[in-house]
Design a protein around this ligand. Structure first.
Ligand code: FES
Length: 106
């Protein structure tokens, strides 16, 4: 099955080295602008009910605002305790001035 892309935000809507929380087609997503490149990962921490976009970007990690667990921005991999379960990583593409986020339909 091929990835289907969904319109997310305009490129200029997310400042460099910041994140926004999005809800697209019932999915909670954290979209992160890391040094001008966009990455999308699951928006809710796998340890609790915190929004990762409300956390802190440290290098290539995003730190959960709740208990300071971290995930890799580029892959969604859980890195620091207490996070042990990865968040999903989504495909991102830029279409003109629009950020598109994609995943394979169920
Ligand atoms: S809710 Fe994210 S580290 Fe606990």
């Amino acid at each position: 099955m091929s990835v289907q892309f969904h319109e997310a935000v305009k490129v200029g809507d997310v400042a460099q080295d910041s994140a926004v929380h999005l809800k697209i087609a019932d999915r909670e997503i954290a979209l992160i602008n890391l040094a001008g490149a966009f990455y999308a990962i699951g928006g809710i921490c796998t340890h609790g009910a915190a929004r990762l976009a409300d956390g802190y970007i440290e290098g290539e990690l995003i730190e959960c605002p709740q208990h300071a667990g971290t995930f890799e921005i580029k892959t969604g991999k859980a890195v620091d305790y207490p996070c042990t379960v990865n968040v999903k990583s989504y495909d991102v593409r830029i279409d003109g001035d629009t950020v598109m986020i994609g995943w394979e339909p169920l």
